[in-house]
Design a protein around this ligand. Structure first.
Ligand code: WT7
Length: 654
């Protein structure tokens, strides 16, 4: 929905009021990395703040001369400086005596494991970098990486960084067309892939997708293939090379190639409103600073922590918070290849117990699926090592927040609800643990140095309690530098709606105390009888009911009210769909939010259509609600889900 500047209605009505607050525990606060004065320190002189952080956190080959050059919307950070990301993430730790520290505990789905120290990681990265160099990769050449969650994935990313070769990781679940589009847009010279990977107890082939893609990617000269499944696969003579043969025979020494601060580090493709995916540009120094600073302050990481970000490395969350932020901070991390329900729904809790995980970072969609399975799964394991929990990817419903807090965090671990985007590179809005009093469902405040606001369609800041559009008011070090090859689209998408400010595309509200509450993508806003309602508030009201595990709502066109709310509901284990329960749930929403938000339609469903990163595809739910043919389903994780939902739609109306 487009904002209507002539409307007298508030942009998005903020109706759900969450009252519970969680002040920081004094014991936690006493040891916290973040301190209460950070915000004020940053506000005094924001450029000086970032410059000081950049000197402290990054090892430079040449010091930078200027902190920021801002030619709106094009930013240059730390010009004059040279550095190397792989050196900062690996070599310098070995040099200062941390060679034996574990960088990653890797856990394969079938139960195979690897423990990789910083010294091991250094040797692996160097061999891979030397192999890429042998295949013709030099500074500035692009490399595409299409791998499952195996150690070679971060190794390949770091090997590229070591050579100053920008990379683009394509999530292993994407099709050959999606891979080919990204390779062609990036102009990649080498593709790193694998024969396949493991998913839910099954072998999933990857190389045949890579082969199909490379048939239409003229720039690819060589394909480097990891043997994960050890079954062999089709190899093209001269073009394809086994990792085990090409990488393992290389020298384990490789000097880092110094690059300029604004040198392209990677491209990550994200879907926009049009078909063509956007190649989000991240450069070297600002990105490294943003990820390492936030990883330190938001996750409170200490030298003895065992940190687990359970995302896939193929998404920005994995880039920033499995690879670059944690390694820059010499953290010990967990990488798990598989699914949370394989072999059973306690796989994660078993890993937490066995490795003594202290910090866990995941997404609301995962938390809600754990909720759906019941608290017996986490209760069966000793989770007392956990001292901090994080959430990312979409607004977290207060009930899911409380479930996570109680059943995973033992009522003790603070939760950081972190708002950011592929474009922002690192977390921008989040509590600082030990400092911020949290409220379930609120990402709380912009981090130190970050300017954020909520504005109406005319760009005027909304008063406390009001809803509108989230904007970022000044440049930040890890911001995207553009859309690859398309500066106009960059300006148009992010900087034209509210001149001078970055338009995030998310709705948000600020409460009387200035807390930020994210309300979802503005395209998902519903309009019921002239009231703009956010999907997340109605969904949270549904999930607030004890029988509901997960809910998604969309607007269905209605002659009288413009749109009527159509709710899709997944019940928790032990609850059965019935007309009486549907009625009760509608009333529950009316009670919690107000009669305007009572869903007109409610459908019980076993599953919801999601993207591979777990975001609900409300666009497809709108198609189902309207009874029209489905739009583009290529990014859908499980195509059978929509058919199942469709078969049930007859019974939805009240
Ligand atoms: C969109 C960005 C950034 C890592 C994963 C997603 C939504 C993200 C939150 C949060 C409410 C959130 C926004 C944002 N989002 N985190 N804590 N609360 N919404 O990256 O795929 O680029 O998606 O995810 O809508 O715009 P992405």
């Amino acid at each position: 929905m487009q904002p209507d500047p002539t409307s007298s209605q508030p942009e998005i009505e903020a109706l759900l009021v969450e009252q519970r607050t969680f002040p920081p525990d004094p014991g936690f606060a006493a040891r916290a990395n973040a301190t209460a004065d950070l915000h004020a320190e940053a506000e005094r002189d924001v450029e000086a703040f970032w410059a000081a952080q950049a000197r402290e956190r990054i090892s430079w080959f040449t010091p930078f001369e200027t902190t920021l050059e801002w030619d709106l919307p094009f930013a240059r950070w730390f010009d004059g400086g040279t550095l190397n990301v792989a050196y900062n993430c690996v070599d310098r730790h070995v040099e200062r005596g941390l060679g034996e520290k574990v960088a990653y505990h890797w856990i394969g789905e079938p139960g195979d494991r690897q423990t990789i120290t910083y010294r091991d990681l250094q040797a692996r990265v160097n061999r891979a970098a030397n192999a890429l160099r042998e295949l013709g990769v030099a500074k500035g050449d692009r490399v595409a990486i299409y791998l499952p969650m195996i150690p070679e994935l971060p190794v390949a990313m770091l090997a590229c960084a070591k050579l100053g070769a920008p990379f683009t990781v394509v999530f292993g679940g994407f099709s050959s067309e999606a891979l080919a589009d990204r390779i062609n847009d990036a102009g990649a010279k080498v593709l790193v892939t694998a024969d396949g990977g493991w998913r839910r107890g099954r072998k999933v082939g990857l190389k045949h997708h890579a082969d199909a893609a490379v048939a239409s990617t003229p720039t690819i000269e060589h394909v480097l293939v990891v043997s994960r499944l050890r079954d062999g696969c089709h190899m093209v003579e001269g073009r394809d090379h086994w990792w085990g043969e090409t990488v393992d025979r290389q020298s384990d020494r490789c000097d880092p190639v110094p690059v300029e601060s604004e040198h392209l580090l990677y491209l990550l493709y994200t879907s926009g409103t049009t078909a063509k995916p956007k190649g989000i540009v991240h450069t070297t120094a600002g990105y490294l600073l943003g990820t390492s600073f936030t990883h330190h302050a938001v996750f409170d990481v200490k030298p003895d922590d065992v940190y687990w970000c359970a995302a896939d490395i193929g998404w920005v969350t994995g880039h920033s918070y499995i690879v670059f932020g944690p390694l820059a901070n010499a953290t010990t991390g967990i990488i798990y290849e598989g699914a949370p329900d394989t072999p059973a729904w306690d796989r994660w809790w078993q890993i937490v117990e066995e490795y003594g995980v202290t910090i866990l970072y995941t997404a609301p969609t995962a938390i809600r699926s754990f909720m759906k399975q019941g608290e017996a799964w986490p209760r069966g394991h000793d989770l007392s090592s956990l001292r901090l929990l994080g959430s990312v990817g979409e607004p977290i419903n207060p009930e899911a927040w409380l479930w996570y807090h109680t059943h995973v965090g033992g009522g003790r671990a603070p939760i950081v609800d972190t708002w950011w985007q592929t474009e922002t590179g690192s977390i921008l809005i989040s509590p600082l643990p030990g400092v911020t009093t949290t409220k379930p469902g609120s990402a709380t405040f912009p981090l130190p140095g970050i300017g954020a606001d909520v504005v109406d369609a005319a760009g005027v800041p909304v008063p406390p309690g009001g809803g509108g559009y989230l904007v970022i008011t000044r440049p930040w070090p890890s911001m995207l530098r553009g859309i690859y090859g398309d500066p106009e689209r960059y300006r148009e998408t992010y900087w034209s709606r509210f001149p001078g400010r970055y338009f995030a595309g998310d709705g948000a509200k600020r409460d009387e105390e200035g807390y930020f509450w994210l309300l979802g993508r503005v395209d998902d806003v519903m309009n019921v009888a002239g009231h703009r309602l956010s999907t997340i508030e109605v969904e949270s009201a549904l999930v607030d009911h004890p029988s509901v595990a997960e809910a998604a709502v969309v607007g269905k066109s209605d002659e009288v009210t413009g749109q009527a709310i159509f709710a899709f509901v997944i019940l928790r284990a032990g609850h059965e769909p019935s007309d009486a329960l549907a009625l009760q749930l509608r009333e529950h929403v009316a009670y919690v939010i107000g009669p305007i938000a009572r869903p007109r339609y409610l459908l019980f469903t076993p599953d919801l259509p999601k993207t591979r990163s777990g975001k609900i595809m409300r666009r497809l739910l709108r198609d189902i609600a309207e009874g029209r043919p489905l739009g583009d389903t290529t990014t859908l994780a499980d195509a059978t889900v929509v058919d199942t939902i469709r078969e049930n739609t007859g019974s939805a109306e009240d």
